[in-house]
Design a binder for this molecule. Sequence first.
Ligand code: FAD
Length: 422
Amino acid sequence: METLWTRTARLSVNPDRDLPAKVDVAVIGGGFTGMTAARELVKAGRSVAVLEAGVLGSGASGTNAGFVVPNFAKADPVAVRNRLGNERGDALLKLVGDGANAVFRTIEEDGISCDARQTGWLNPAFGGESASMLEARAGMWHELGRPVRFLSADETRAQTGMDIYSGALLDAEGGTIHPLDYLRGLAITVQKHGGSVHENQCVDKVLPQPGGWQLVMRSGATLSATKVLLCTNAFTTGAASRMGRSTVPLRVYQIATTPADADTVERIAPDGRPVGDTRQNLFTYRLDRDNRLISGGMAAVPFGAFERLGKAVTERLNDELGLKSRAQPEIVWTGTAAMTPDFLPRLHQLGEGWFGGIGCNGRGIAMTAQLGRVLARAAMGEAADQLPIPLRSLRPLPMHAFTPIVASAALVHARLKDKFAA
Ligand SMILES: Cc1cc2nc3c(=O)[nH]c(=O)nc-3n(C[C@H](O)[C@H](O)[C@H](O)COP(=O)(O)OP(=O)(O)OC[C@H]3O[C@@H](n4cnc5c(N)ncnc54)[C@H](O)[C@@H]3O)c2cc1C
């Protein structure tokens, strides 16, 4: 699928052709989670093969919008502590809160050229109730030592050019990247340290054998590994089936428009900050290096969604941002995010030395940078109770095939709620 990122990528990867016979760790899934885990492992001296069913970036890591946001999609620090208890909750908060720094540090350490800008992330509040909620949330993160603060309505107008907001949460560590170049940069690092990266290798089965596991590919090829990491996100193909069915797949459309002019850029993003507001049918925008506006949306009905969403999201950008020279849709693409009901990431043990990680929701750039590291620590033998993401048993959702219908109904409900709130 063509995306803005495939069109504008500057990095390329030469995937390895021949599978090794045996590795210390086989990583299934070549998105941010798998590639970050592989990067950690090769740097620690382990032999690693990354097995990707499609081409690198065919999952969410190549189709997302590139917002780097170090928090949870909906849950705030209090909800995390209530869910996990104070000690485990604080360990997860610390981990996720440092997620954006982990991304930008990696980019700097590996010299990945991916339009990285750590400008801060703005979360404007639509309505007084949202403003109070965000002010409290900003206070909680601030107490945890993070550079998060609440902006007044005037400050928010100066940052967005929009006068509909009652304030905003500003997280100074957020920012934006070119996600496909970031992913490719990680893969290049893995290869540079002796790991191999394979495309078009769908893992169908993971079978126990003495001393580890045998992975059987759809092509019939096999690979032996002492440890296995399953990093397959919302996918349910082959070995990914059970874990994929434990989250709600959410299909999101992304739209990039024709470039905005310099005056508009100065008015809507004077500090280059990406924006995502608090509406149910949330409004988001960021700029790419050529000042194209990037935003997204969901479709209640999938038929004709590319064209419909391309027009509707661009019109929304034109109207909400008051664009005098009207933007036009330049490219529309789509991807599937894996949502967990409590918006928290999951770590699973599927066998001796076989771990899986999933559930980064819409915060996967920052969160996968941490989830991948935690998976690598698990593969290197760290005790489960020392890991900052608690191990949970894997429970596929009942009636998983029908969850997209529930998501469509929720979208219609959200739109009605926004209309009512307005
Ligand atoms: C449209 C969209 C917009 C988003 N925007 C943002 C954003 O702006 N900011 C943000 O932080 N997050 C965003 N997200 C979420 C974020 O992109 C994801 O959380 C993150 O990319 C997940 O990374 P991953 O490596 O876990 O999964 P993926 O990138 O989905 O990788 C999983 C890989 O596993 C492979 N695979 C599956 N089954 C098998 C198998 N059996 N054998 C071998 N390989 C297999 C797949 O082909 C895939 O490449 C967005 C998501 C979407 C879909």
